[in-house]
Design a protein around this ligand. Structure first.
Ligand SMILES: [Fe+2]
Length: 260
């Protein structure tokens, strides 16, 4: 099964841009300020019309309320339409005048960060990471939780001690992640799974790895509903994991076709 509704294999590479939406000088000055900040959240209230492409915001693959009551619709809307959109806008701003880098899929850009110009490397790290992480995040949600079957269940049993142990360790790592960050289940070409946590918008994609699924433990992911109760959010999140999508991602990882 190929998951195409949200651009699994080509996230971030937008189509041609309409001639009528070219960046104005005012917009570009605004983006220079955003870029200098290198952090999306501070600029959410003043995100100008972004320079179009090369990366684009993938649509949510379900309605904003699809993950209720565990993840509320308002959080989903703000998270996708503001936070993720800001990472995409800032990434595109950083890639202005970077023809070769701008042509790369976001996962390849992340894997080649050390080769990128130092002046924009932090912006690329934060915003390409933010784009890739969130594009993955929307995909693996929208389900009914429970347990996987087949190859994913076998891999969890083999590599992570079973579903209960995996969920407990994953949630513990998410809780222990100081400040903002992510917790992931990674998958290699052989199908082997591992747990990983990263700060900020870092991702195993930066080491050439692949993510099977991951949860966002930035406060913007849960604060409206859970306030400071990150542990409750981590526990509830398992109820919305879409194991059908995860199974498709697992097969794509083994085939070498998984993107973000
Ligand atoms: Fe987020």
């Amino acid at each position: 099964m190929e998951v195409t509704s949200v651009g699994l294999t080509n996230v971030g590479v937008a189509g041609a841009r309409p001639a009528s939406v070219g960046p104005t000088r005012r917009n570009m000055l605004g983006f220079a300020a955003l870029l200098a900040a290198s952090g999306a959240s501070r600029a959410l209230a003043q995100v100008p019309v972004p320079p179009a492409g090369p990366h684009s915001l993938p649509p949510l693959p379900y309605a904003p309320d699809a993950n209720e009551p565990h993840v509320d619709a308002q959080t989903m809307t703000l998270h996708h339409d503001r936070h993720h959109a800001a990472y995409v806008a800032n990434l595109n701003a950083a890639l202005k005048d970077q023809g070769t880098l701008a042509a790369l899929p976001v996962q390849d850009l992340l894997a080649r960060l050390p080769e990128t110009p130092e002046a924009i490397r932090a912006a690329l790290r934060n915003n390409a990471g933010g784009h890739a992480n969130h594009a993955m995040f929307w995909q693996v949600m929208g389900g009914k939780g429970g347990n996987p079957t087949g190859a994913v269940l076998a891999a969890v049993d083999r590599d992570l001690g079973g579903m209960d142990a995996m969920r407990a360790a994953f949630s513990r790592m998410g809780l222990m992640q100081f400040g903002s960050g992510w917790v992931f289940v990674t998958v290699d070409r052989g199908g082997k799974l591992a747990l990983a946590a990263r700060p900020n918008q870092d991702t195993p994609l930066m080491e050439g790895g692949r993510v099977l699924l991951g949860n966002d433990v930035w406060e913007h992911a849960y604060y409206l509903k859970y306030q400071n109760r990150r542990a409750d959010y981590l526990a509830a999140w398992w109820n919305v994991v879409n194991w059908d999508v995860v199974a498709a991602r697992y097969e794509q990882a083994r085939a070498g076709t998984l993107g973000v």
